[in-house]
Ligand binder design. Structure first.
Ligand SMILES: NC(=O)c1ccc[n+]([C@@H]2O[C@H](COP(=O)([O-])OP(=O)(O)OC[C@H]3O[C@@H](n4cnc5c(N)ncnc54)[C@H](OP(=O)(O)O)[C@@H]3O)[C@@H](O)[C@H]2O)c1
Length: 296
Protein backbone atom coordinates (compact mmCIF):
# COMPACT_ATOMS: atom_id res chain seq x y z
CA UNK A 1 0.00 0.00 0.00
CA UNK A 2 1.34 3.46 -0.90
CA UNK A 3 1.45 6.47 1.45
CA UNK A 4 -1.74 7.63 -0.23
CA UNK A 5 -4.13 4.71 0.00
CA UNK A 6 -6.64 4.43 -2.80
CA UNK A 7 -10.21 4.56 -1.54
CA UNK A 8 -13.47 3.63 -3.26
CA UNK A 9 -17.05 3.81 -2.10
CA UNK A 10 -19.72 1.50 -3.50
CA UNK A 11 -23.29 2.73 -3.01
CA UNK A 12 -23.40 6.54 -2.78
CA UNK A 13 -26.82 6.72 -1.11
CA UNK A 14 -27.67 8.11 2.35
CA UNK A 15 -24.80 6.53 4.27
CA UNK A 16 -22.39 6.38 1.32
CA UNK A 17 -22.80 10.08 0.52
CA UNK A 18 -22.17 10.97 4.17
CA UNK A 19 -18.94 8.99 4.37
CA UNK A 20 -17.82 10.23 0.93
CA UNK A 21 -18.39 13.81 2.14
CA UNK A 22 -16.43 13.19 5.36
CA UNK A 23 -13.52 11.77 3.33
CA UNK A 24 -13.70 14.60 0.79
CA UNK A 25 -13.48 17.26 3.48
CA UNK A 26 -10.11 15.88 4.61
CA UNK A 27 -8.74 15.56 1.07
CA UNK A 28 -9.32 11.82 0.66
CA UNK A 29 -12.17 11.88 -1.87
CA UNK A 30 -13.09 8.30 -2.76
CA UNK A 31 -13.83 6.90 -6.18
CA UNK A 32 -17.65 6.89 -6.33
CA UNK A 33 -19.17 3.65 -7.63
CA UNK A 34 -22.93 3.57 -8.01
CA UNK A 35 -25.92 2.33 -9.89
CA UNK A 36 -27.32 5.70 -10.97
CA UNK A 37 -25.12 8.31 -12.64
CA UNK A 38 -24.71 11.65 -10.81
CA UNK A 39 -22.29 14.47 -11.61
CA UNK A 40 -21.63 15.02 -7.89
CA UNK A 41 -23.00 14.14 -4.44
CA UNK A 42 -24.58 16.66 -2.08
CA UNK A 43 -24.83 16.29 1.70
CA UNK A 44 -26.98 18.70 3.71
CA UNK A 45 -26.29 18.99 7.43
CA UNK A 46 -27.04 21.40 10.29
CA UNK A 47 -24.15 23.71 9.42
CA UNK A 48 -24.51 23.75 5.63
CA UNK A 49 -23.76 21.59 2.62
CA UNK A 50 -20.83 19.53 1.36
CA UNK A 51 -20.52 18.84 -2.37
CA UNK A 52 -18.45 15.82 -3.33
CA UNK A 53 -17.15 16.06 -6.90
CA UNK A 54 -18.05 13.08 -9.08
CA UNK A 55 -18.93 11.73 -11.38
CA UNK A 56 -20.51 8.65 -9.85
CA UNK A 57 -19.20 5.82 -12.03
CA UNK A 58 -21.72 3.20 -13.10
CA UNK A 59 -19.57 0.73 -15.05
CA UNK A 60 -17.19 -1.54 -13.10
CA UNK A 61 -15.21 -2.30 -16.28
CA UNK A 62 -13.85 1.28 -15.97
CA UNK A 63 -11.83 0.17 -12.89
CA UNK A 64 -8.26 -0.71 -13.80
CA UNK A 65 -6.86 -1.88 -10.45
CA UNK A 66 -8.01 -2.87 -6.95
CA UNK A 67 -8.13 -0.26 -4.16
CA UNK A 68 -6.58 -0.34 -0.69
CA UNK A 69 -9.83 0.49 1.08
CA UNK A 70 -13.37 -0.06 -0.19
CA UNK A 71 -16.42 1.18 1.71
CA UNK A 72 -19.61 -0.73 0.87
CA UNK A 73 -22.81 1.23 1.50
CA UNK A 74 -25.33 -0.53 -0.73
CA UNK A 75 -28.32 -2.08 0.98
CA UNK A 76 -27.65 -5.71 1.90
CA UNK A 77 -30.37 -6.66 -0.60
CA UNK A 78 -28.08 -5.14 -3.28
CA UNK A 79 -24.87 -7.02 -2.39
CA UNK A 80 -25.15 -9.55 -5.21
CA UNK A 81 -25.84 -6.81 -7.76
CA UNK A 82 -22.66 -5.04 -6.59
CA UNK A 83 -20.51 -8.08 -7.35
CA UNK A 84 -19.01 -6.45 -10.46
CA UNK A 85 -17.72 -3.53 -8.41
CA UNK A 86 -16.40 -5.75 -5.62
CA UNK A 87 -14.62 -7.97 -8.12
CA UNK A 88 -12.95 -5.00 -9.83
CA UNK A 89 -12.03 -3.12 -6.63
CA UNK A 90 -10.88 -5.92 -4.31
CA UNK A 91 -7.97 -8.29 -4.03
CA UNK A 92 -6.39 -10.04 -1.05
CA UNK A 93 -4.68 -6.77 0.03
CA UNK A 94 -7.91 -4.76 0.14
CA UNK A 95 -9.80 -3.90 3.32
CA UNK A 96 -13.55 -3.78 2.72
CA UNK A 97 -15.47 -1.79 5.33
CA UNK A 98 -19.16 -2.68 5.33
CA UNK A 99 -21.31 0.34 6.17
CA UNK A 100 -24.39 -1.82 6.52
CA UNK A 101 -26.79 -2.90 9.19
CA UNK A 102 -26.93 -6.38 10.66
CA UNK A 103 -24.51 -8.81 12.23
CA UNK A 104 -23.72 -10.86 9.12
CA UNK A 105 -21.72 -8.45 6.93
CA UNK A 106 -18.60 -10.62 6.91
CA UNK A 107 -20.28 -13.81 5.73
CA UNK A 108 -22.52 -11.95 3.27
CA UNK A 109 -19.73 -10.03 1.51
CA UNK A 110 -16.98 -12.68 1.68
CA UNK A 111 -18.09 -14.53 -1.50
CA UNK A 112 -17.60 -11.40 -3.66
CA UNK A 113 -14.34 -9.81 -2.44
CA UNK A 114 -11.51 -11.93 -3.89
CA UNK A 115 -10.04 -12.79 -0.47
CA UNK A 116 -10.06 -9.21 0.86
CA UNK A 117 -10.56 -8.63 4.60
CA UNK A 118 -14.15 -7.64 5.37
CA UNK A 119 -14.55 -5.35 8.37
CA UNK A 120 -18.08 -4.96 9.68
CA UNK A 121 -19.07 -1.65 11.21
CA UNK A 122 -21.91 -0.24 13.22
CA UNK A 123 -23.32 2.90 11.60
CA UNK A 124 -24.82 5.05 14.34
CA UNK A 125 -26.10 8.09 12.43
CA UNK A 126 -29.37 8.57 10.57
CA UNK A 127 -29.24 10.01 7.06
CA UNK A 128 -31.98 10.17 4.49
CA UNK A 129 -32.12 10.60 0.74
CA UNK A 130 -34.21 13.53 -0.42
CA UNK A 131 -36.31 13.65 -3.61
CA UNK A 132 -33.63 15.79 -5.34
CA UNK A 133 -31.03 13.01 -4.70
CA UNK A 134 -29.24 15.05 -2.02
CA UNK A 135 -28.78 13.48 1.42
CA UNK A 136 -29.93 14.97 4.75
CA UNK A 137 -27.59 14.04 7.58
CA UNK A 138 -29.58 14.04 10.82
CA UNK A 139 -26.87 13.47 13.47
CA UNK A 140 -23.11 13.57 13.83
CA UNK A 141 -21.51 10.74 11.83
CA UNK A 142 -20.17 7.98 14.05
CA UNK A 143 -18.98 4.43 13.37
CA UNK A 144 -17.85 1.57 15.60
CA UNK A 145 -15.44 -1.02 14.20
CA UNK A 146 -13.92 -4.15 15.71
CA UNK A 147 -10.55 -3.47 17.35
CA UNK A 148 -8.44 -5.43 14.85
CA UNK A 149 -5.25 -4.33 13.02
CA UNK A 150 -7.05 -3.86 9.67
CA UNK A 151 -9.31 -1.22 11.24
CA UNK A 152 -6.35 1.17 11.16
CA UNK A 153 -6.89 1.64 7.44
CA UNK A 154 -10.36 3.00 8.17
CA UNK A 155 -9.34 5.11 11.18
CA UNK A 156 -6.46 6.59 9.13
CA UNK A 157 -8.76 7.39 6.22
CA UNK A 158 -11.31 9.12 8.46
CA UNK A 159 -8.81 10.74 10.83
CA UNK A 160 -9.40 14.48 11.22
CA UNK A 161 -12.76 14.12 9.50
CA UNK A 162 -16.23 14.88 10.85
CA UNK A 163 -16.88 11.16 11.30
CA UNK A 164 -15.91 9.72 14.67
CA UNK A 165 -14.61 6.14 14.61
CA UNK A 166 -14.57 4.06 17.77
CA UNK A 167 -12.90 0.66 18.09
CA UNK A 168 -14.47 -2.02 20.26
CA UNK A 169 -12.86 -5.09 21.78
CA UNK A 170 -16.36 -6.60 22.08
CA UNK A 171 -17.70 -5.56 18.70
CA UNK A 172 -20.24 -8.40 18.62
CA UNK A 173 -22.09 -6.97 21.63
CA UNK A 174 -22.09 -3.49 20.11
CA UNK A 175 -23.41 -4.87 16.82
CA UNK A 176 -26.16 -6.76 18.65
CA UNK A 177 -27.13 -3.58 20.54
CA UNK A 178 -27.59 -1.84 17.18
CA UNK A 179 -29.42 -4.84 15.72
CA UNK A 180 -31.96 -4.66 18.55
CA UNK A 181 -32.53 -1.01 17.67
CA UNK A 182 -33.00 -1.89 13.99
CA UNK A 183 -35.23 -4.85 14.74
CA UNK A 184 -37.72 -2.83 16.78
CA UNK A 185 -37.72 -0.06 14.16
CA UNK A 186 -39.25 -2.67 11.85
CA UNK A 187 -42.53 -2.03 13.70
CA UNK A 188 -42.62 1.34 11.93
CA UNK A 189 -43.04 -0.48 8.61
CA UNK A 190 -46.11 -2.33 9.82
CA UNK A 191 -47.67 0.83 11.28
CA UNK A 192 -46.53 2.93 8.30
CA UNK A 193 -45.42 5.54 10.84
CA UNK A 194 -42.25 7.20 12.10
CA UNK A 195 -40.78 7.41 15.60
CA UNK A 196 -43.81 9.32 16.97
CA UNK A 197 -45.69 6.00 17.16
CA UNK A 198 -43.59 4.87 20.13
CA UNK A 199 -45.30 7.45 22.38
CA UNK A 200 -48.36 5.17 22.34
CA UNK A 201 -48.51 2.97 25.45
CA UNK A 202 -49.57 -0.14 23.52
CA UNK A 203 -46.72 0.26 21.01
CA UNK A 204 -44.26 0.85 23.84
CA UNK A 205 -45.37 -2.45 25.45
CA UNK A 206 -45.18 -4.34 22.15
CA UNK A 207 -41.74 -2.87 21.42
CA UNK A 208 -40.46 -3.92 24.85
CA UNK A 209 -41.84 -7.46 24.48
CA UNK A 210 -40.21 -7.81 21.06
CA UNK A 211 -36.92 -6.40 22.35
CA UNK A 212 -36.93 -8.93 25.22
CA UNK A 213 -37.32 -11.69 22.61
CA UNK A 214 -34.41 -10.24 20.58
CA UNK A 215 -32.29 -9.88 23.72
CA UNK A 216 -32.70 -13.57 24.54
CA UNK A 217 -31.33 -14.46 21.09
CA UNK A 218 -28.52 -11.91 21.35
CA UNK A 219 -27.39 -13.47 24.64
CA UNK A 220 -27.66 -17.00 23.20
CA UNK A 221 -25.23 -15.76 20.52
CA UNK A 222 -22.80 -14.50 23.17
CA UNK A 223 -23.66 -10.79 23.27
CA UNK A 224 -23.14 -9.16 26.65
CA UNK A 225 -26.12 -6.83 27.14
CA UNK A 226 -28.04 -6.11 30.32
CA UNK A 227 -31.81 -5.97 30.78
CA UNK A 228 -31.75 -2.17 30.76
CA UNK A 229 -31.11 -2.13 27.02
CA UNK A 230 -34.81 -2.81 26.35
CA UNK A 231 -36.13 0.32 28.05
CA UNK A 232 -33.15 2.31 26.87
CA UNK A 233 -33.97 1.67 23.21
CA UNK A 234 -37.69 2.37 23.62
CA UNK A 235 -37.03 5.60 25.55
CA UNK A 236 -34.58 6.75 22.86
CA UNK A 237 -37.27 6.22 20.24
CA UNK A 238 -39.75 8.15 22.39
CA UNK A 239 -37.28 11.05 22.74
CA UNK A 240 -36.45 11.10 19.00
CA UNK A 241 -38.07 13.68 16.71
CA UNK A 242 -41.54 12.35 15.88
CA UNK A 243 -40.71 12.51 12.16
CA UNK A 244 -37.52 10.45 12.45
CA UNK A 245 -37.89 7.45 10.15
CA UNK A 246 -35.73 4.45 9.46
CA UNK A 247 -34.29 3.24 6.16
CA UNK A 248 -36.53 0.15 6.12
CA UNK A 249 -39.61 2.41 6.38
CA UNK A 250 -38.31 4.63 3.56
CA UNK A 251 -37.82 1.51 1.44
CA UNK A 252 -41.34 0.27 2.20
CA UNK A 253 -42.91 3.60 1.35
CA UNK A 254 -41.04 3.62 -1.97
CA UNK A 255 -42.00 -0.02 -2.70
CA UNK A 256 -38.35 -1.10 -2.69
CA UNK A 257 -37.13 -4.47 -1.35
CA UNK A 258 -36.68 -4.44 2.45
CA UNK A 259 -33.69 -5.50 4.54
CA UNK A 260 -36.12 -7.56 6.61
CA UNK A 261 -33.93 -10.65 6.70
CA UNK A 262 -30.79 -9.05 8.20
CA UNK A 263 -32.77 -6.85 10.60
CA UNK A 264 -35.63 -9.13 11.75
CA UNK A 265 -35.40 -12.48 9.99
CA UNK A 266 -32.03 -13.08 11.64
CA UNK A 267 -33.68 -13.14 15.09
CA UNK A 268 -36.17 -15.76 13.92
CA UNK A 269 -33.48 -17.84 12.15
CA UNK A 270 -31.18 -17.85 15.17
CA UNK A 271 -34.09 -18.50 17.53
CA UNK A 272 -34.93 -21.60 15.52
CA UNK A 273 -31.26 -22.66 15.47
CA UNK A 274 -31.06 -22.39 19.28
CA UNK A 275 -34.48 -23.97 19.84
CA UNK A 276 -35.72 -20.77 21.51
CA UNK A 277 -39.36 -19.76 20.83
CA UNK A 278 -39.68 -16.41 19.03
CA UNK A 279 -43.48 -15.86 18.85
CA UNK A 280 -43.34 -12.16 18.02
CA UNK A 281 -40.82 -12.75 15.22
CA UNK A 282 -43.07 -15.50 13.89
CA UNK A 283 -45.77 -12.86 13.24
CA UNK A 284 -43.53 -9.93 12.31
CA UNK A 285 -41.12 -11.60 9.90
CA UNK A 286 -43.61 -13.05 7.38
CA UNK A 287 -45.42 -9.68 7.27
CA UNK A 288 -42.18 -7.81 6.59
CA UNK A 289 -41.11 -10.40 4.02
CA UNK A 290 -44.46 -10.12 2.26
CA UNK A 291 -44.29 -6.32 2.33
CA UNK A 292 -40.85 -6.53 0.71
CA UNK A 293 -42.39 -8.24 -2.31
CA UNK A 294 -45.31 -5.81 -2.57
CA UNK A 295 -47.41 -4.02 -3.40
CA UNK A 296 -49.33 -6.52 -5.55
N1 LIG B 1 -29.91 5.57 6.10
C1 LIG B 1 -29.65 5.43 7.39
O1 LIG B 1 -29.98 6.29 8.20
C2 LIG B 1 -28.90 4.21 7.88
C3 LIG B 1 -28.40 4.24 9.19
C4 LIG B 1 -27.64 3.15 9.64
C5 LIG B 1 -27.40 2.09 8.80
N2 LIG B 1 -27.90 2.09 7.54
C6 LIG B 1 -27.58 0.94 6.68
O2 LIG B 1 -26.65 1.39 5.71
C7 LIG B 1 -26.79 0.61 4.51
C8 LIG B 1 -27.01 1.59 3.36
O3 LIG B 1 -28.27 2.22 3.58
P1 LIG B 1 -28.67 3.60 2.90
O4 LIG B 1 -29.84 4.11 3.68
O5 LIG B 1 -27.50 4.48 2.73
O6 LIG B 1 -29.20 3.08 1.47
P2 LIG B 1 -29.51 3.93 0.16
O7 LIG B 1 -29.71 5.38 0.50
O8 LIG B 1 -30.60 3.22 -0.55
O9 LIG B 1 -28.17 3.82 -0.67
C9 LIG B 1 -27.79 2.69 -1.40
C10 LIG B 1 -26.96 3.16 -2.55
O10 LIG B 1 -26.45 2.00 -3.23
C11 LIG B 1 -26.65 2.23 -4.62
N3 LIG B 1 -26.68 0.95 -5.31
C12 LIG B 1 -27.70 0.08 -5.45
N4 LIG B 1 -27.33 -0.99 -6.17
C13 LIG B 1 -26.05 -0.77 -6.52
C14 LIG B 1 -25.12 -1.48 -7.29
N5 LIG B 1 -25.43 -2.65 -7.87
N6 LIG B 1 -23.89 -0.97 -7.46
C15 LIG B 1 -23.56 0.22 -6.90
N7 LIG B 1 -24.39 0.95 -6.16
C16 LIG B 1 -25.63 0.46 -5.98
C17 LIG B 1 -27.95 2.97 -4.69
O11 LIG B 1 -28.11 3.56 -5.98
P3 LIG B 1 -29.49 4.19 -6.50
O12 LIG B 1 -29.29 5.66 -6.30
O13 LIG B 1 -29.55 3.78 -7.93
O14 LIG B 1 -30.60 3.63 -5.66
C18 LIG B 1 -27.74 3.99 -3.58
O15 LIG B 1 -26.93 5.04 -4.03
C19 LIG B 1 -27.98 -0.32 4.76
O16 LIG B 1 -27.51 -1.59 5.19
C20 LIG B 1 -28.75 0.37 5.89
O17 LIG B 1 -29.50 -0.54 6.66
C21 LIG B 1 -28.64 3.14 7.05
Amino acid sequence: MSDHPTIALIGPGAIGTTIAAMLHEVGRTPLLCGRSAHPELRLRHDAGEIVVPGPVLTDPTAISRPCDLVFVAVKTTQNADSAGWLNALCDENTVVCALQNGIEQKSQLAPWVNGATVLPSVVWFPAQREPDASVWLRARPRLTLPDVPQAKRVTDALSGSGCAVELSADFASVAWRKLLQNAVAGLMVLANRRAGMFSREDISELAQAYLRECLTIARAEGAVLDDGVVLDIVENLQRAPADLGTSILADRQANRPLEWDIRNGVIQRLGQAHGIPVPISDVLVPLLAAGSEGPG
